[in-house]
Design a protein around this ligand. Structure first.
Ligand code: BES
Ligand code: MN
Ligand code: MN
Length: 452
C-alpha cells in the first residue's frame, strides 16, 4: 500500500458518511416539491469543498436552481482543471420497487444503494476527496475549480446563461467530469462520445369530449389509435427513422473507426441477460454498440390517455398524450430536429385530429479527441489502478451541458466515468460498488499526477 491507498483506507468511513449526507438530501430537480432541497444540496456541496481545501466556495444563483462554484488557485500561471458534476437526481418512483429507502443509503453486498449513489453524487463526490488528498499532501500542481449544478437531469436549462455571464470565473484548460460508466469492473474505458437529445410532449385531440365507444366507435377518430399509428410510422422495418431530413447532418463514421470500436469487449449474451430480453433490435447494418454510440434513435418515453383505472370502461377518449425523445449524434442540431419532428408529426396527422408538439428540452452531442494530453494522462491513471489500458467508447447517454462548455467556454471535456452497467441509474435500487468508489478516488488522484 502506498501513501494514497493508505489515506483512502484510513478515511473510508468518513468519506462514506460525508457522501451519505449528500445522498440524504432528496434533490430531485424535476419535482417542484423538492425546490428547497436544491438549495440545501448546494450548501452541503459548498461545505464539502471548503473542508476539502478550496480557497473559496460559493452558492451562486441562476435563473433556476443554484450552482456551486469553488476554486483553489495555487498559481495563476499554471493550468486549471474545471471539475463539473451535478447535484440533482432523477425521481425515485415507483417506490415499491426499492428494497431500501431511496434517500437512506444502505450498504449491501459491497454496494451503496440509494438514488444518486452513482448518478451523480457518488461519482462527483470522488473528485472532492481526490482534491482533499492532493491539497493535504501538498501535491496539487494545477489550479482546480469546481462547478456543481442542479439541473442536469432536466436539461441544464439555466447553465448556458450562467456560463455566458461567468466566462472569466470559469476560465480553465479543460473540464473534468465523472458522470459516465466503464465497460466492466475489469475493463476500464473512457467515454469519447455522448449523444445529443431532443425531447417533446405530444398532445393529440379528437372529439371535444370523451365519447361512448359503442355509440361513436368506428365513426370518429380515436386519438390514442391515431397517436399509436403516427408513432409506428416514425420508424420503418429497418429501424430507420422516417422523419424527412432527420439523417441529413449525421456524419458517417469511417470503416477504420468502426473496426476500432468493434474491438471493445462486448458480451451480447450477458447484455441481453442483464436486461431480460431474448433478442435485440435496431437499425439494420449496425452492431449494438454502434446503434447506441454512433447512430441516432427514436423512443417513446411515456404514453397515456383514455381510461386506465380499475376494470373496464367503454370510452372513446378525447385526448392522447406521449413523451417522445430522440437521441442524436454529433453534428445533428437538436433545434433543427425539433422543427423537423413537429412538421412531420403535423403532416402525418389525419384531419380528424389536432396535434400539438411542445419541446421539453434538447442538447447537442459531443466527441472527445483521444489525442488531447489530459486523455492520455487519464489512460495512464486507469491502467495503473485497474491493471489494464482503458478503451475509448462512445456512450449512448447525454450530458447536454458538455457541448455548451465547448461552444461558450471553448473547452473540451474529459469524461472519466466509473459507473457500471449494473448501477441501475435512473431506476429503482440505483447503486454504486464501494470498490468503484474507492478506485475512482485513487484514479483521479493519479490522473492529476500524470497531468503535464
Ligand atoms: N450521467 C447521465 C448520462 C450518462 C450516464 C452518460 C451513463 C453516459 C453513461 C446523465 O445524468 C443523464 O442521465 N443524462 C440525461 C440527460 C437528459 C435528462 C437531458 C440522459 O441521458 O437521459
Ligand atoms: Mn449524470
Ligand atoms: Mn442521469
Amino acid at each position: 500500500m502506498d501513501q494514497l491507498q493508505q489515506y483512502i483506507a484510513d478515511n473510508k468511513d468518513r468519506f462514506l458518511q460525508e457522501l451519505f449526507g449528500l445522498i440524504r438530501i432528496p434533490s430531485v430537480s424535476s419535482q417542484l416539491s423538492h425546490k428547497d432541497d436544491m438549495g440545501r444540496v448546494a450548501h452541503y456541496w459548498k461545505q464539502i469543498l471548503l473542508s476539502a481545501g478550496a480557497d473559496k466556495a460559493e452558492v451562486m444563483p441562476t435563473k433556476g436552481n443554484p450552482v456551486v462554484f469553488a476554486e483553489k488557485i495555487i498559481d495563476p500561471l499554471l493550468p486549471t482543471v474545471l471539475v463539473y458534476g451535478h447535484a440533482d437526481v432523477m425521481p425515485v418512483e415507483p417506490l415499491d420497487l426499492w428494497h431500501s429507502e431511496p434517500f437512506e443509503p444502505e450498504i449491501r453486498d459491497g454496494r451503496i444503494y440509494a438514488r444518486g449513489a452513482d448518478d451523480d453524487k457518488g461519482q462527483s463526490f470522488m473528485h472532492a476527496k481526490a482534491f482533499e488528498y492532493l491539497v493535504k499532501h501538498d501535491l496539487l500542481k494545477v489550479n482546480v475549480k469546481f462547478l456543481i449544478e442542479g439541473e442536469e437531469e432536466v436539461g441544464s436549462a439555466s447553465l448556458p446563461a450562467f456560463c455566458e455571464a461567468n466566462k472569466e470565473l470559469l476560465k480553465a484548460d479543460f473540464i473534468l467530469v465523472s458522470d459516465t460508466s466503464i465497460i466492466g469492473p475489469a475493463i476500464p474505458s473512457i467515454t469519447t462520445g455522448l449523444r445529443g437529445i431532443a425531447y417533446w410532449e405530444v398532445e393529440v385531440t379528437g372529439p371535444s369530449r370523451d365519447l361512448h365507444s359503442g355509440l361513436y366507435g368506428g365513426a370518429v377518430a380515436n386519438p390514442i389509435n391515431v397517436l399509436a399509428a403516427m408513432i409506428a410510422k416514425t420508424t420503418d422495418d429497418n429501424g430507420h427513422i422516417t422523419i424527412p431530413g432527420f439523417y441529413d447532418d449525421v456524419i458517417d463514421v469511417s470503416d477504420e473507426e468502426r473496426a476500432l470500436m468493434a474491438q471493445a469487449p462486448y458480451d451480447e449474451a450477458a447484455y441481453k441477460a442483464s436486461i431480460g430480453v431474448d433478442e435485440l433490435c435496431g437499425e439494420t447494418g449496425y452492431s449494438t454498440n454502434e446503434r447506441t454510440g454512433i447512430r441516432p434513435s427514436f423512443d417513446v418515453c411515456g404514453i397515456w390517455g383514455g381510461y386506465t383505472g380499475e376494470g373496464a370502461k367503454t370510452v372513446l377518449p378525447s385526448k392522447a398524450f406521449a413523451k417522445i425523445s430522440t437521441r442524436l449524434v454529433p453534428n445533428q442540431n437538436h433545434e433543427k430536429i425539433a422543427r423537423l419532428f413537429k412538421t412531420y408529426f403535423e403532416a402525418i396527422a389525419p384531419k380528424s385530429v389536432k396535434v400539438n408538439v411542445t419541446p421539453l428540452h434538447g442538447g447537442q452531442g459531443y466527441v472527445c479527441p483521444i489525442d488531447m494530453p489530459a486523455y492520455q494522462a487519464a489512460e495512464k491513471a486507469y491502467e495503473e489502478v485497474f491493471g489494464t489500458m482503458p478503451v475509448p467508447v462512445r456512450s449512448g447517454g447525454s450530458i447536454p451541458i458538455i457541448s455548451v462548455f465547448e461552444e461558450v467556454l471553448g473547452l473540451k471535456s474529459l469524461l472519466m466515468g466509473f459507473g457500471l452497467e449494473s448501477d441501475a441509474i435512473h431506476s429503482p435500487n440505483e447503486n454504486f460498488p464501494l470498490d468503484q468508489f474507492f478506485k475512482g478516488i485513487e484514479t483521479i488522484v493519479r490522473f492529476y499526477g500524470y497531468l503535464k
